[in-house]
Design a protein around this ligand. Structure first.
Ligand SMILES: *[C@@H]1O[C@H](CO)[C@@H](O)[C@H](O)[C@H]1NC(C)=O
Ligand SMILES: *[C@@H]1O[C@H](CO)[C@@H](O)[C@H](O)[C@H]1NC(C)=O
Ligand SMILES: *[C@@H]1O[C@H](CO)[C@@H](O)[C@H](O)[C@H]1NC(C)=O
Ligand SMILES: *[C@@H]1O[C@H](CO)[C@@H](O)[C@H](O)[C@H]1NC(C)=O
Ligand SMILES: *[C@@H]1O[C@H](CO)[C@@H](O)[C@H](O)[C@H]1NC(C)=O
Ligand SMILES: *[C@@H]1O[C@H](CO)[C@@H](O)[C@H](O)[C@H]1NC(C)=O
Ligand SMILES: *[C@@H]1O[C@H](CO)[C@@H](O)[C@H](O)[C@H]1NC(C)=O
Ligand SMILES: *[C@@H]1O[C@H](CO)[C@@H](O)[C@H](O)[C@H]1NC(C)=O
Length: 337
């Protein structure tokens, strides 16, 4: 009896504090929408075939060598223009940069590179395949961490940067390695776009990108929480690709939009939105597709975003799309990070 009264009191209290839920109102949405974590990484569909193999020089199971607790490890910020190996620093001029982290064990002299990138290249993470006989757009959008021996100094330094940002102990490095494993197991897909209301610093952010630079920023933050001290001042700028939009509307997933029982209208709108943008096979095609999508977005003020394997409608507004290369400082006590 007493227990029942208590339960009723708790329910009553709970209702007082969630008036919208009590009134049957719409579920309160958290912004930015949290990136979904999975309990394991599924094997990619055999349809998805990389043009370049993922992580060719890493160990197959992503093994990261154990350091001795007292070892001193230097940490490097690495950055280079995207596709530099084929196009020189052309994309460097647009500041479309790829980020990574380097480590050097000062006692053994051995060094290592760690980066996070697309399994099937950027075009496949930005645009889906429309496959005959399959109604829902098909995405090859996995991304993952790659750890391998060596730092190719020239590759990073010549048109990008290779700068020492910290020194950590082997103990911190080993803990970081544990974190990377877990992050890599649970964070499985790449997201190109950052979506927010406008370009101002106080804009409401609807969705955050999940790409190479987001990985580097998470890694720095984890190192900081493990006790690493970052050198300052070092200016650290990152590339982000923005869409500007009013409040997004949740649409559903493959089952609820493209399933047998569904009203096909919405599904058709989504596939026709993506129709002109099948995953590009070359960098030139990718740039053309990006320019095309910008045109379409400006004209129709509509974007169907795929995030957490679900679709959202974005009412796009000025200035529509932007690629920025802005500073996000290294974590420090004063930033309260
Ligand atoms: C994108 O995926 C398709 C299908 O798996 C593949 O043929 C193509 O090589 C990928 N694109 C790139 C640029 O790797
Ligand atoms: C991350 O996952 C990918 C895909 O399964 C794997 O190839 C890679 O070795 C893993 N990386 C690390 C550092 O565990
Ligand atoms: C840096 O850019 C120059 C000029 O575009 C290019 O010739 C050179 O190959 C690039 N360096 C590297 C390491 O790719
Ligand atoms: C990493 O090791 C290679 C091979 O020993 C060396 O050429 C390179 O300069 C090293 N780079 C850094 C940043 O330690
Ligand atoms: C940011 O927010 C502050 C306080 O809410 C406001 O005074 C300021 O005008 C805003 N700045 C921009 C660029 O919107
Ligand atoms: C799609 O959403 C429905 C309703 O929220 C859910 O029951 C279903 O499991 C989801 N399907 C997939 C493939 O995630
Ligand atoms: C399907 O949905 C559209 C818009 O969401 C609506 O206009 C249309 O009436 C619906 N059709 C059916 C058969 O329910
Ligand atoms: C780096 O970011 C800062 C602040 O966001 C900006 O003022 C600066 O121009 C950027 N540097 C480059 C090379 O774009």
């Amino acid at each position: 009896m007493a227990i029942n009264l208590w339960s009723l009191a708790w329910i009553w209290l709970a209702l007082q504090h969630t008036p919208s839920a009590a009134a049957g109102g719409r579920r309160e949405q958290t912004w930015p929408v949290p990136y979904r974590r999975f309990d394991h990484r599924p094997k990619p569909d055999p349809f998805c075939q990389p043009m370049y193999p993922f992580c060719p020089t890493g160990s197959p199971d992503g093994e990261i060598p154990q350091m001795k607790d007292q070892d001193i490890i230097e940490v490097y910020r690495l950055q280079t223009p995207v596709w530099e190996f084929k196009y020189g620093d052309l994309l460097g001029h647009f500041h479309i940069m790829h980020d990574a982290i380097g480590f050097r064990n000062m006692l053994t002299g051995k060094n290592y590179t760690m980066e996070w990138y697309e399994l099937f290249q950027l075009g496949n993470c930005t645009f889906p395949h429309l496959r005959p006989g399959i109604e829902a757009p098909f995405w090859c959008n996995q991304g993952a961490a790659c750890f391998y021996d060596g730092i190719d100094d020239l590759h990073w330094k010549e048109n990008g940067s290779l700068v020492k940002v910290s020194e950590i102990t082997g103990d911190i490095f080993n803990k970081l390695a544990q974190w990377v494993k877990e992050d890599n197991r649970t964070g499985i897909y790449y997201e190109t776009w950052t979506v927010q209301t406008d370009p101002s610093p106080n804009a409401t952010v609807w969705f955050k990108s999940y790409d190479c630079s987001a990985f580097v920023l998470r890694t720095y933050q984890t190192l900081f929480e493990l006790g690493a001290v970052f050198k300052s001042p070092i200016q650290t700028n990152y590339t982000r690709i923005f869409l500007y939009s009013g409040e997004p509307t949740y649409l559903g997933n493959d089952t609820t939009i493209f399933g047998l029982q569904c009203n096909k209208t919405l599904g058709k709108e989504i596939t026709s939105f993506y129709f002109p943008f099948r995953p590009p096979q070359s960098v030139k095609e990718l740039i053309l597709s990006l320019l095309e999508i910008v045109n379409k977005v400006v004209l129709e003020k509509t974007f169907y975003l795929y995030f957490n394997f679900e679709y959202w409608y974005l009412p796009i507004k000025k200035p529509y799309v932007k690629i920025t290369y802005e500073e996000i400082p290294l974590p420090s006590k004063s930033t309260g990070a």
